[in-house]
Every structure is written in structure tokens, then in C-alpha cells.
Design a protein around this ligand. Structure first.
Ligand code: ACO
Length: 356
């Protein structure tokens, strides 16, 4: 069986400051709490208050993970941040996190594999440690999706609970064009401290990662790209091209097919089987997707963890948040075999295995 080289020594997470229940989303677009719960399992999400940035959330989560691992920030010698929603178009947030933590000189890398950012980033961390390029890595998944939302200033006041005055019908119609997407996302960050294992029985065991770019337009943001000159324009805003395009049903079908395949592949590579898995932590895109993956893998409810009800889809942050919740709730015990799996825009997908 594969030997682990590195393991997670600490974890932590933060969310955006404001809790937004489904009822608030239903005030700005044509949707209902019932529809959102039934089709996605989501009951609420958190959005940042204006002024908070992705790097701020990343630093908040990082500090919690460092405390949990009992590491001082100065001990970290490599930062890896997975995000598709950086503070600026460039640079990424890795160097911003480094500066906000008061660190200098150490490498800071950005991973941009969207909802698969965690599994890809985890593989990168494990590989850096195996190659001797780092000794103590701070790995963060952080996202602010509220910037994608097409709401007016007043629409935001309604969403954030600062006003109950209805939005105009014109605004509601505009927002409703994107309703299948708007209701799914939240803002949050999760972090982990990763280093070579002190126990050969514990740690990251293996991966199965894949990409396929041929259906990229099934899930992408059709503006702010260097395919256009200028790369962002008034037309893009007027046409709502800053909001992601998502063929929901196609993504759903891919997710429930590719994630179980990747889990089996990773298990096969490490000489393990599905019966060895104590807990599956799938990327939280939709509770129905997680249920489909669970069914595909024939796992009972007791061996799958979901928390999308409370946070919505937080892209690269979902798995680190779920891991931290499970750890703190005693749902994961030393020696448990954990399987993580994800699929996201690109398309990129995969699975990772770890012995706690
Ligand atoms: N409220 C009310 N009705 C809605 C809403 C809404 N928010 N959104 C869509 N509807 C309506 C549609 O207009 C449609 O109405 P019609 O039958 O009159 O045409 C009906 O509901 C059904 O629409 P579908 O899109 O077929 O609904 P579905 O059951 O597929 O659920 C959903 C949509 C939730 C988006 C689902 O397809 C899904 O979760 N897909 C995957 C999402 C995902 O994983 N995204 C990837 C992560 S993002 C990333 O990687 C960056």
C-alpha cells in the first residue's frame, strides 16, 4: 500500500460576515426558499460586507489553521492559495496573504482550478513536500462569489438585510435571468497546515486528477478575458457577461459520473477499496449532486459529510471547511480513511485520499 509522506496538522475556516437566508434571495429574484432547498439543499449562505476581500478571508482562515496546528506564521515556508475569485485580476492572492500575515520572501503560489482547487492544490502541497521544496505549507481555499451577483446598490441593501423596500420589477427581471446560479454560492475560506508526516500510518495517500477543456463554455465567465480587446468593457457589463454561465444539468450529470469514477481510481491506485473509506467529503456544489455521488459509490449516510445547507457552494473553500467541521465535531478519528472529491469549471475533477 502507498506510504503517506505528508499530513494535515491543523485547519480552520471563516465565512463572509453576513448570513443571507434564502428568503432574502427571493426578495431580489424570482425564486423561493422551497425551490432552493428542494433543488440544491441550500438554506443560507454568507456574503462578505463591502470592503472585505478574498485575501482577508484567506488570512482569517489561515490564522485559525495556524492556531490549530500550533504553528507560528513565521514557521511557514510556502503558501498555496486556491481561488477563482482573487482580489485583483492580477496578481493572485498568494502574495497578498503572505504580506497580510507579516511574512516576507517565502514563495506564494495561486491555484486556479475552480471547484477542484482543493484537490489540485492538495496534490501540489504533497508534491512540494515530497520534493523537499517546502517543510511547512499553509494551504488555503478562499472565494468571494458575491462579486458575480448582478444586484443594484439597493438590491444589495435588500439581500444584506439593510432594507425591506422591494426592488423594482425591472431589477427583479434582470436578476432572475441568472437565478439558477445566484442562489447557489456563498463567500468563505478554509485553510490547512500541511507538513511531512510524523507517523507513516497517517497522511495523504494518493490522487486521481483529470481535466477536459472541450466543454469549457458549459461553465465559465464569458467576460474579462484577453480574448477581448479591451479585456473588459461596458458591453460586458450591460450584457451581464460578468456573471458565470452554467449549463446546470450538464454540470450535474458530469459531477455525479466523474466524482465516483475518480474516487474508485484513487482507491485502486493505493490498493484500497470503497469499503475502506470511513468518510467521503465531496465538494459542496449541490446536495443533490452529493447524494448522486454517494449513490454511485454505494455509501451509507453515515459515511458522507455535507454542509452545503449552511454555506452554499464556496468553490475551493468547501472541502477545507467541511474537513474542519468534521474534525472539530469529532466526526473524524485518527486512523480514518478520508476520500475527498470535486468537479468544477474547466472542466477539472478528481479525488484525494488521506489517512487521518
Ligand atoms: N428559482 C426558481 N426556479 C428556478 C431557479 C430558481 N433559483 N433556477 C431555475 N429555475 C427554474 C428554471 O427556469 C426551470 O424552469 P422551467 O422548467 O419553467 O424552464 C426549472 O426551474 C428547472 O430548471 P433546471 O435548470 O432544469 O433545474 P435543475 O433541477 O437542474 O436545478 C441547478 C438547477 C440547481 C443549477 C442544478 O442543475 C445544479 O446544481 N447543477 C450543478 C451546479 C454545479 O455543480 N455547478 C458547478 C459549480 S460552479 C464552479 O465550478 C465554479
Amino acid at each position: 500500500m502507498t506510504q503517506a509522506f505528508s499530513r494535515i496538522y491543523g485547519s480552520g475556516f471563516v465565512t463572509g460576515e453576513t448570513l443571507v437566508p434564502n428568503s432574502r434571495m427571493a426578495m431580489v429574484c424570482d425564486t423561493t426558499d422551497e425551490w432552493i432547498r428542494e433543488r440544491s439543499g441550500i438554506e443560507q449562505r454568507y456574503f462578505i460586507n463591502e470592503g472585505t476581500s478574498t485575501s482577508d478571508l484567506a488570512v482569517g482562515a489561515a490564522k485559525k489553521a495556524l492556531d490549530d496546528a500550533k504553528w507560528k506564521a513565521e514557521e511557514v515556508d510556502y503558501i498555496v492559495v486556491a481561488t477563482m475569485t482573487p482580489d485583483y485580476y492580477f496578481p493572485g492572492v498568494g502574495s497578498l496573504v503572505q504580506a497580510k500575515l507579516g511574512l516576507t520572501n517565502i514563495p506564494a503560489l495561486d491555484i486556479r482550478q475552480q471547484c477542484s482547487g482543493f484537490v489540485y492544490g492538495l496534490q501540489m502541497c504533497d508534491a512540494l513536500l515530497r520534493a523537499g521544496q517546502a517543510k511547512k505549507i499553509l494551504f488555503i481555499g478562499a472565494e468571494i462569489h458575491s462579486g458575480f451577483m448582478p444586484f443594484s446598490k439597493h438590491g444589495w441593501d435588500v439581500v444584506m438585510g439593510r432594507s425591506d423596500k422591494p426592488v423594482t420589477q425591472e431589477e427583479k427581471d434582470w436578476n432572475s435571468k441568472f437565478r439558477h446560479l445566484l442562489v447557489l454560492f456563498g463567500d468563505a475560506a478554509g485553510a490547512m497546515c500541511i507538513a511531512p508526516t510524523d507517523d507513516p500510518q497517517r497522511g495523504i495517500l494518493g490522487f486521481a486528477l483529470h481535466s477536459d477543456g472541450k466543454d469549457v463554455e458549459s461553465l465559465y465567465v464569458p467576460s474579462a478575458g484577453f480574448k477581448y480587446r479591451p479585456y473588459f468593457s461596458e458591453d460586458h457589463i450591460r450584457e451581464g457577461r460578468f456573471v458565470p454561465v452554467m449549463e446546470g444539468r450538464q454540470v450535474f450529470k458530469m459531477a455525479v459520473t466523474k466524482m465516483p469514477e475518480a474516487v474508485h481510481e484513487a482507491l485502486g491506485k493505493t490498493g484500497l477499496g470503497i469499503d475502506d473509506v470511513n468518510l467521503l467529503i465531496p465538494h459542496q456544489a449541490n446536495l443533490r449532486i452529493s447524494e448522486g455521488v454517494q449513490k454511485g459509490l454505494k455509501l451509507p449516510d453515515s459515511r458522507v459529510f455535507n454542509n452545503i445547507m449552511r454555506y452554499g457552494n464556496t468553490t475551493a473553500a468547501t472541502i477545507p471547511i467541511a474537513y474542519d467541521e468534521c474534525k472539530k465535531a469529532g466526526r473524524i478519528k485518527q486512523g480514518d480513511l478520508l476520500a475527498f472529491c470535486a468537479l468544477g469549471a474547466g472542466f477539472h475533477w478528481g479525488a484525494a485520499l488521506m489517512r487521518e
